[in-house]
Design a protein around this ligand. Structure first.
Ligand SMILES: [Zn+2]
Ligand SMILES: [Zn+2]
Length: 228
């Protein structure tokens, strides 16, 4: 038995750039035979719809509601939904896995920290950090920023990035002995190709997933949408 997971998704409820609802994300991946996914909406320093002027608790609750909608649908569908987020500094994106809402509530400083301090704090708290598409080039990104001692892993296959950028990410992971992750960065549902993780057992949460990745007990995959 093989279990397929998507570790990088955005809900339309919380990520401004997403056009697929939390519920539809779950239905979509369920229909493609996946076992689960992780919601990684843009955090408060990124492209979020959560207003900045709300009290911290309300901001966190609102942010968490995208995941909750997905989770509720997942429960109905027998589909696992995990919580994470994508923390951002000027186009440098850190997928944060393994921490929950309580941690966010207890750390209102978290969205304004420097990227180094953020990584240290999150990892001390048990997070598994993955640098998303580290070699992405775009007009709004002023530089490629790498900090190999501050993250656990690297997205070496991102379905939204081109082969050149993914190959550079793969070399980077090799050069520094960083863990490798594959994901789709899905903002829409149906896309040309999907990158993800296969495991031989069903995981309970992202901590368990991180453990399998650390032990090398996962397979990275790319699947193409059938041509019409
Ligand atoms: Zn986005
Ligand atoms: Zn993303």
């Amino acid at each position: 038995m093989v279990y397929k997971y998507e570790l990088h998704t955005h809900t339309a409820e919380i990520s401004r750039c997403s056009s697929i609802s939390a519920k539809d994300l779950v239905r979509f991946y369920k229909s493609k035979g996946y076992t689960g996914l992780c919601i990684t909406d843009h955090f408060f320093n990124g492209n979020t719809s959560v207003p900045r002027d709300l009290p911290w608790e309300e901001r966190v609750e609102l942010f968490y509601s995208g995941y909750e909608l997905a989770y509720e649908e997942g429960k109905k569908q027998g589909f696992d939904v995990f919580f994470g987020w994508e923390w951002t500094f000027r186009g440098t994106d850190i997928l944060t896995y393994g921490l929950g809402k309580e941690w966010l509530l207890a750390h209102p400083e978290v969205w304004e920290l420097s990227i180094n301090d953020y990584c240290d704090l999150a990892r001390e708290s048990g997070a598994f950090l993955v640098h998303a598409h580290p070699f992405r080039e775009a007009a709004y990104i002023d530089m490629i920023r790498l900090f190999p001692r501050k993250v656990d892993g690297v997205e070496v296959l991102n379905a939204m990035r081109n082969d050149f950028e993914n190959e550079r990410a793969n070399e980077y992971a090799d050069n520094y002995g960083l863990l490798k992750v594959a994901a789709s960065d899905n903002h829409v549902g149906r896309i040309k190709r999907y990158c993800g993780i296969k495991t031989a057992k069903r995981v309970r949460d992202m901590r368990e997933m991180a453990e399998l990745i650390r032990r090398g007990e996962v397979e990275l995959f790319t699947e193409y949408e059938d041509a019409e």
